[in-house]
Each structure stands twice: as structure tokens, then as C-alpha cells.
Ligand binder design. Sequence first.
Ligand code: NAD
Length: 254
Amino acid sequence: MVDLSGKVVVITGGARGLGAAAAQAVVDGGGTVLITDVLEEEGAATAAKLGDAAHFLRHDVTSEADWETVLAYAVDTFGRLDGLVNNAGIATGQFLEHESVEHFRRVVEINLVGVFIGIKAAAAHLRAGGGGSIVNISSAAGLTGLPLTAGYGASKWGVRGLSKIGAVELAEARIRVNSVHPGMTLTPMTAPVGIQAGEGNFPGAPLGRVGAPEEIAAAVAFLLCDASSYMTGAELAVDGGWTAGPTVRALTGR
Ligand code: NAD
């Protein structure tokens, strides 16, 4: 179903974790990917593993100048731009009362302002090419009030809202904008939480387990390709049912 042949996609924060899995999915679908990240060694290694269809550039998503460089590189090198995955992000693990104003601002700057600059900068290139698809990685924390996520949750709710504004404003340019809301997924970001793969290891989600990066990447690839051509402004929860409601066990004890 996922055919990305001929498509050129930029993925931010693609050195590792969900972004790296999404880059793999783009290449598996026949597309070309420009991975960007502040982690230069990891980013270059991830691109090298994917072969000729993947390139890497250092990119801080909070820098407008970096965004211009990255998008110009994609268009100059590959001749076009079809997709952008705004995936780069950092987490919070503090109670609201303990989170510093400085950290809150930093999280919002990367997770939300970085996405805003990306949409704004990419729109001009996508418009010039006749359209495209922007996929913004929000979170389950952008669908509900998750504890210990003050700056993070606020930024992810912002990404969800910004995606809808992008969807309605950019539809006339044939640019689709959707958000993906991963649940707890095993990546370097969540490693400190101590979660493990395997059935029953995450009873908070109805499916009872955490997600694998590839399971999130499959949704991203679907939204990038033409199989989702009638979807814009949608929010896709890929969370094992975590935000659908309480588990039967939590509700009934059974
Ligand atoms: P990760 O930490 O493995 O990857 C995030 C990447 O973003 C890193 O490579 C990091 O270097 C990069 N990054 C950070 N700041 C950057 C900046 N200023 N400019 C460019 N790159 C920067 O985490 P992940 O779990 O793969 O997360 C990817 C996305 O998925 C994030 O937006 C995260 O909030 C979201 N998400 C993750 C989970 C999860 O459970 N892992 C759940 C919901 C949402």
C-alpha cells in the first residue's frame, strides 16, 4: 500500500528512534530521504546504513537559517520536495510544579516553534512542486493530560493544533498536514523510563504493550504516500489504545 517511489522526504530528528525508523520506511517504500538532526555522528551512520537513497545534514530545528539550508539542499540535490516529517523533539519528566520556566521554554522552542518554522519554510517548496504531505509527530501527550509532561504536553497539544491550521490554510496548495500521536514507544527518549518490550509490560494501554518504532513509522509512511490522499487535518493515534479510554482491568479490576 505504501508507494513512495519518486518522492523526496525530509525527516527531522532522524538520527535515531522514531525518525530513523521513519527514514527506513521511506526508503523501503522506494523514496529518497534527507535525515536531519543535531546528532552528527549518529545521523551520518543512520543515513549510511540506508544506502544511496538517504543523505544526512546537521540541522537544529530552532534555527531558521538551518531550515533554509536543509530545504535548499533537498531541492538542489534531489530536484524536488514531496514530504516533511517534523519529528525532532525532546521530553520532560517533571511535575509541573518542579519544571523550570527555562526548561519549559526550551521544550516549546524545539517541539513547537521548530515545527512552526519547518511548516512555514517547507510550504513554499511544496507549493512550488504542486503539493505534498507534512506529517507532524505529536504524542499521546497531545491528546490527553499526561502527568509529568508540562512543557512536553503543552508543546504536543500545540503541534496538534498547528497541524489543523496548516491543513486548512495549505489545502489550496495541495499540501496535506496531519499529526501522528505515538503512545509509549521504545526509543532512546523513553529508555530512562525503564519500559520493556513484550506482551503485558505496559498494562496502561489496552493492547498491553509498548510500541516499536516501526509501528509508528508505518503510520508516518502511510500519511506521506498517496494512499492517504483524502486525509488532511487528521490526528492518528498509534498508541495501543492508550488514549481511547481506561483499560477494562483499570475499570473493573478484571
Ligand atoms: P529520540 O530522542 O530517540 O529522537 C529524537 C531526535 O530528535 C534525536 O535524534 C535528537 O537528537 C533530535 N533532536 C532533539 N533536538 C533537536 C533539535 N533542536 N534539532 C534537530 N534535532 C533535534 O526520541 P523519539 O522517541 O524517537 O522521538 C521522536 C519524536 O516522537 C519526538 O517528537 C517525540 O516527542 C515523539 N514521541 C515519542 C514517543 C515515544 O514513546 N518514544 C511517544 C510520543 C511521541
